[in-house]
Design a protein around this ligand. Structure first.
Ligand code: AMP
Ligand code: TRP
Length: 333
């Protein structure tokens, strides 16, 4: 049996990074798998302070983005994490099997907690065990994520292995990270050495899926570059992270190799490339934005879709949780 699971936090507007590194690659992925689940991971969002009303809105907006990007909710299970209680329960159970040493290796915690480690929450520290629970609750085998989440999926795999070894059973399949697409790490438009992120204080660092066309054009116009013309071969990207990022985004949207884009645009100035790039981004993202607006207009319908998704997810989760409790020796009466 093979099953796909992935998720995105509803922490704020989704970005072009989420689109190219995650959602775009989920579309059509169900082929060849028994089922696929796409979750809006609202419990993960709570690892940092959230405004309650905003969190609810962003949970709906993230689901709307999934649908607008082409995830078919009649074919895949789309739901929000907090609607299926098994996520929190399994997170606790798996936490009891996870050595601190494994959590201490997680680079995302180190980055997010920074120097104020003592003030970071237990939730932020235990974030990877909740993510492992998301995946293992459904015995998912394939986990499509951007490059930054590979370490967390590998940890989920180690935790699955630890469970199987402790209870001497091949119960959990070992999940595989799938790093798909041609832009697995889209970088900030302000600094080509930093990831494009929803949480960057500068809105000019990212393209949001909700940005209007003129905003997209302006952000690309203002995107950081260097004084040289575009490289005509891959070796020309040495020390030029911004050039590499912009051309990689274009290549990914065109579905071409980066080297092909170098051949097409090598020697040209950024002033010539940028309008082509912003037109291409607009071509891809403006239909997504308009569809998102449509989904957001009918909140009752959107909530119903999520509710149906949660029911389907809970059916699978309930059976697996029953087995897990049984294996771990919890009395079920
Ligand atoms: P997050 O926004 O951190 O909840 O990430 C959700 C998904 O989008 C994960 O699979 C990430 O790896 C992916 N992702 C987030 N930012 C980027 C980026 N800048 N480039 C590529 N993938 C990304
Ligand atoms: N931690 C992931 C991120 O920030 C989101 C996520 C939560 C996830 N649970 C998951 C991704 C399970 C894949 C599978 O990007």
């Amino acid at each position: 049996m093979s099953r796909v699971f992935s998720g995105i936090q509803p922490t704020s507007n989704l970005t072009l990074g989420n689109y190219l590194g995650a959602i775009k690659n989920w579309v059509g992925l169900k082929e060849g798998h028994e089922s696929s689940l796409y979750c809006v991971v609202d419990l993960h969002a709570l690892t940092v302070p959230q405004d309650p009303e905003k969190l609810r809105k962003q949970t709906r907006e993230t689901a709307a983005a999934y649908f607008a990007c082409g995830i078919d909710y009649t074919n895949s299970i789309v739901f929000h994490q907090s609607a299926v209680a098994g996520h929190s329960e399994l997170s606790w159970l798996l936490g009891c099997l996870t050595p601190l040493g494994w959590l201490n290796r997680m680079t995302q915690f180190k980055d997010k907690a920074g120097k104020k480690k003592d003030q970071a929450s237990l939730g932020l520290y235990g974030y990877p065990t909740l993510m492992a629970a998301d995946i293992l609750l459904y015995k998912a085998t394939h986990v499509p994520v951007g490059d930054d989440q590979k370490q967390h999926v590998e940890l989920a795999r180690d935790i699955a292995g630890a469970f199987n070894a402790r209870y001497e059973k091949e119960f959990f399949p070992l999940p595989e990270p799938q790093i798909l697409g041609d832009a697995t790490r889209v970088m900030s438009l302000r600094d080509g050495t930093n990831k494009m992120s929803k949480s960057d204080p500068s809105d000019y660092s990212r393209i949001n899926l909700t940005d209007e066309d003129d905003v997209i054009a302006l952000k690309i116009k203002k995107a950081k570059t260097d004084p040289e013309s575009l490289p005509s071969e891959l070796s020309g990207f040495e020390g030029r992270p911004e050039a590499k990022n912009l051309m990689t985004i274009y290549a990914a949207l065109e579905g071409k190799e980066l080297s092909q884009i170098c051949t097409e645009f090598g020697g040209k100035p950024f002033s010539e490339f940028k309008p082509v790039l912003s037109d291409r981004i607009i071509e891809s993202l403006s239909p997504v934005r308009e569809k998102m607006k449509e989904f957001m207009k009918d909140q009752v319908e959107l909530d119903n879709i999520l509710k149906t998704g949660a029911e389907k997810a809970a059916d699978i989760a309930m059976k697996n949780m029953h087995d897990v409790r049984d294996i771990m020796g919890l009395l079920q009466v």
